[in-house]
Design a protein. Sequence first.
Length: 281
Amino acid sequence: MSSACEGCPQAEGCHSQDTCEKKNGIAKEPMNPKSDIKCVIGVASGKGGVGKSFVTVTLAHKLAAKGLKVGIMDADITGPSVPRAFGLSGILTAEDDNYIVPAQTEGGIKAVSLNLLLDDESAPVIWRGPVLSGLVRQFWTEVNWGTLDVLLIDMPPGTGDIPLTVFQSVPLDGIILVSTPQELVSMIVSKAGNMASMMNVNILGLVENMAYVKCPHCGDEISLFGDDKVLLETLSQHGIALLDKMPLDPSVTALVDSGKTESVNTDGMLDKAAQAVTALL
């Protein structure tokens, strides 16, 4: 066994000790020679329906507007929504050496998603866990990402096969959690945070999504789910920072749903999340 592999929980029986990348003591799949990525950030949630993909695409747009080269890996295989958010369509192609060429938005954000590999984006993905996990690995090892400052990974909700594959296979520099301010989320955030800690992945903080809606008449902020006291207490118990509070804004939602994410004005949005990412560069 190589001395570099000592302490790695995957070392025994590993057949790629000469080529693997290690991050936080865990062996990772090697990046292909055509990709040069400075920072890899997962965007995760313990449950669905909290706006994780919305935060991912909006953060990507904000970082790209700062002049950074950004990519998005849509690892939410059974519920891919990144292409729709940017108005991307068509089928991804491969180069002569079989590396996949990512789609690219008008603003230069690169993206790969299962929906860009299907003839019908509405077709259900009825695959078992190992096949889904294999596709996620391919998105990391067989895509020519080129040179990126940041690769954001839109992860599926929960702590199942695909999130585990991302944690084990991709050298994450950190994750950003997304949640709504409901009492139920105290348990959900705890699960996601504990999983990240078990996998030795740094939690950059949490984005509280749908925290409030502004009254169109008086401008008062209305808390849709009540106050966020329970969420804040849970974050404090786990030592997780609250990065940003995102309102539910129908006008922004309409732009994203219509594929015009890059038309969203991100001034004042996800400022701390963007700072947490750029601090790693």
